[in-house]
Design a protein. Structure first.
Length: 264
């Protein structure tokens, strides 16, 4: 178990067919939102599903204001499923999508839903910008999906919430201050799931890629202990592991699908 949390500290590698939100009365704080949903095509209809979903994306979700990108799960129990991500989602766009007059929604339900076996239902994730490193800036208006992502999700216990928040903050302080090249961010469920659930995401283009550090002389553990005190890494690793509900941990590698994504 210590090995698991040590790797996490060093690398920081994020069904109802008609499930939807009534977003009209939601109140959100400022920040980036990502709406995510996993879709499973019917047996033998994967190619048709990809074509129909790709066409819908090109028609309705091909600008920085309403972009959707798609990844396919490569490992674990959800292997083969498609993860659709509405980037930098605004609540206004989401309300518009859920209106009865939405042409986008009508197209999806008519042409794509009949090809699907199931979906997880949409979840709104808020990106925690202070717990991010080298993440693309949505204000640039540029869609920059990576070829791969490692997505770790987990749920924090109520008793461990304060410890988790403090230690994750320490980790990202080291990552940013010591010049890590990793593209990584932490997200938190805002709607559609357990509000104590988090998602760590690391973006990369080469499966063999490893984060580089400006400081090449010391390990992450050495840098951590120098900043926070003798054996802090070991102690905080144990506390972080204790704060996370063991049954909730999942880790997936997902691969970008250009034909089903904006900007392609």
């Amino acid at each position: 178990m210590k090995k698991f949390i040590t790797l996490a500290l060093i690398s920081l590698i994020t069904s109802n067919l008609n499930a939807q939100f009534d977003a009209t009365n939601m109140t959100f704080s400022n920040g980036e939102r990502y709406i995510m949903n996993k879709w499973t095509p019917k047996n033998g209809m994967t190619s048709d599903f990809m074509k129909a979903a790709g066409k819908k994306t090109k028609m309705f979700n091909n600008s920085s204001e309403n972009a959707i990108v798609t990844y396919q799960v490569l490992n674990g129990t959800d292997t083969g499923q498609f993860l659709r991500i509405n980037l930098y989602a605004s609540i206004e766009n989401f309300v518009g999508y859920n209106s009865n007059n939405s042409e986008e929604r009508e197209y999806w339900e008519k042409n794509v839903v009949p090809l699907t076996e199931s979906n997880d239902g949409p979840t709104i994730w808020r990106r925690l910008s202070s717990l991010s490193n080298n993440w693309p800036n949505p204000n640039d208006g540029v869609i920059e999906p990576s070829k791969y992502m490692v997505v770790d999700t987990y749920t924090v216990s109520s008793e461990g919430y304060a410890d988790h928040r403090e230690i994750i903050g320490k980790i990202y302080t080291i990552i940013k201050d010591r010049g890590s090249s990793a593209k990584t961010s932490l997200f938190k469920v805002e709607s559609g799931g357990n509000p104590n659930t988090y998602m760590r995401v690391r973006m990369f283009d080469d499966p063999n890629e490893r984060a580089q550090w400006a400081d090449q002389e010391r390990t992450f553990e050495q840098m951590y202990n120098q900043r926070y005190g003798y054996r802090s890494f070991e102690k905080d690793s144990q506390m972080l592991n204790k704060s996370i509900m063991s049954w909730s941990k999942t880790s997936e590698i997902v691969m970008f699908v250009p034909s089903m994504s904006a900007g392609n």
